[in-house]
Design a protein around this ligand. Structure first.
Ligand code: PAN
Ligand code: ZN
Length: 208
């Protein structure tokens, strides 16, 4: 039986065995240098996701940057852990807070860990079966995304929300279901407070 540990730098399947390493990570720009991919996501990437279409259309010409993702890439196999940092900027579209696209993992039964380094926010989660949850982010708080739960980060504060994350190398990302029907809940500011309410645009249409 082969495994990925092997002997003398070669795993049983002939690939190089991963080496241990360490990274300086944190909230300052020089603590992001150790990552090897960097993605920018702007408002236009969240077409159809915000409930206030008029406010969305008004903001679209300037296409503001909503978040950046820095990732340390790992082989996309079980046993490895992909990891990185998301910086989600503060702001709203109408009364709805800036958020990430959100996704299921392509391999549904894979979990994820988030650890908040800076800011305030929520991790909104839901399952195909209709369950949902919202856990708070504040510096020092960890949120565990259980297997099979879609997840979307939301910045409810006035400064950047900075999150460290780690997930199995073979998880993959499935954006389609969320792009088509959104999450069941949205997070809005109402009379100065933060509320999790039903998404008026959510559709129960089965997406496969
Ligand atoms: C995170 C997210 C990251 C950006 O790394 O990918 O916060 O969110 P979207 O991928 O939804 O745009 C993660 O959950 N990875 O699995
Ligand atoms: Zn994920």
């Amino acid at each position: 039986m082969t495994n990925r540990c092997g002997t003398q730098g070669q795993s049983g399947d002939g690939h190089a065995v991963s080496r241990p390493f360490a990274l300086e990570i944190g909230v300052s720009p020089d603590q992001l240098r150790g990552f090897d991919t960097h993605v920018h996501r702007r408002l236009s990437a969240l077409q159809g996701q915000f409930s206030a279409q008029e406010a969305y259309d008004k903001m679209l010409p300037s296409d503001p940057l909503l978040y950046e993702v820095y990732t340390k890439q790992r082989p996309e196999v079980a046993g490895e852990l992909a990891h990185g940092i998301t910086i989600l900027y503060p702001g709203r579209v109408g009364n709805e807070f800036f958020m990430t696209k959100g996704h299921y993992h392509a391999l549904r039964e894979t979990a994820e860990i988030y650890y908040c380094l800076k800011g305030r926010g929520l991790l909104l989660m839901e399952t195909d079966a209709g369950d949902w949850a919202a856990e708070e982010f504040s510096p020092g708080r960890m949120v565990y995304v259980a297997p099979c739960w879609a997840h979307r980060s939301i910045n409810t504060g006035g400064e950047e929300l900075i999150l460290f994350f780690a997930f199995p190398g073979n998880a993959g990302h499935d954006y389609a279901a969320i792009e088509q029907r959104g999450f069941r809940k949205i997070v809005v500011q109402r009379n100065g407070s933060i509320e999790v309410v039903d998404n008026p645009r959510w559709s129960s249409a089965v997406v496969r």
